[in-house]
Design a binder for this molecule. Structure first.
Ligand SMILES: O=C(O)CC1=CCC(=O)O1
Length: 251
């Protein structure tokens, strides 16, 4: 199975891979695209059961990182930058741990080394299998954005478009994920970004990531909840571009 993916930007530029969060598609990164494609070839992918990727059942975070690694192999990409939001960030952490030679630079946005205890994720998986995406979609706006954010509609549409079985499998990957005792092994220069008002992965999760990954820097973005790159694109785009540029020069 190959994840649905697309490239944007100059074909001879260094590659940065952008990973989406649970319930979103590769379009999550649309606000960053005009800026990032000035200097990078951007590779975006859809999670299984999201956007254009087929559903896969029985997923672990290592499986998801393996699927991204397979994309790198498919396109003969050696060292890439990687930025991911939430579940996409956990995929990046796992990729940096399992294939360190491939990850030249890492941005972990609104994510965690452990997304809480497994039970609520298994309950959410059971809910969508039973009732479809609507109950989760109704609750998502308050989880993803600060009150009054006017741009939520396209992101909620991505969530409503997810396949319940694929979404449930991604919940199960989150349930089984715990990288807390391996953070010290991440070699890639890392920037951690947290939304100051994120209830799903609060700033303490970002602090724990940045505290555990050697040399990692932390940026807490004000007036932003879980999808900080959508809510504060100005700040997040500049931070991602700035971090990727410093340790990872154009050949
Ligand atoms: O939708 C949520 O509950 C927030 C979230 C947790 C992991 C992820 O990717 O999104």
């Amino acid at each position: 199975m190959t994840l649905h993916h697309r490239f944007d930007g100059p074909s001879d530029a260094p590659v940065v891979v952008l990973g989406p969060s649970l319930g979103t598609t590769l379009d999550l990164w649309e606000p960053q695209l005009p800026s990032l494609t000035r200097h990078w070839r951007v590779l975006r992918y859809d999670l299984p059961g999201h956007g254009g990727s087929p559903t896969v059942t029985g997923l672990t975070m290592e499986d998801l990182a393996g699927m991204v690694l397979a994309l790198l192999d498919l396109h003969r990409l050696d060292v890439v930058g990687y930025a991911g939001v939430s579940l996409g960030g956990a995929v990046g952490t796992t990729l940096a741990l399992t294939a360190p030679g491939h990850v030249g630079s890492l941005v972990l946005c609104c994510t965690s080394a452990r997304f809480g205890p497994p039970e609520p994720w298994h309950e959410r998986a059971a809910l969508v299998r039973r009732e479809g995406m609507e109950p989760v979609a109704r609750a998502a706006e308050a989880r993803w954005f600060t009150p009054g954010f006017a741009g939520a509609a396209p992101y909620l549409a991505m969530l409503r478009g997810a396949d319940p079985e694929g979404y449930a499998a991604c919940c199960e990957a989150l349930a089984g994920f715990d990288a807390r005792d391996r953070l010290g092994l991440v070699e890639a220069p890392t920037l951690v970004i947290a939304g100051a008002e994120d209830l799903a992965t609060p700033p303490d999760h970002g602090r724990a990531l940045a505290g555990g990954i050697p040399g990692a820097e932390l940026l807490v973005v004000s007036e932003a909840a879980h999808l900080a790159n959508a809510e504060r694109p100005d700040v997040v785009t500049a931070a991602v571009a700035g971090h990727l540029a410093s340790p990872w020069k154009t050949p």
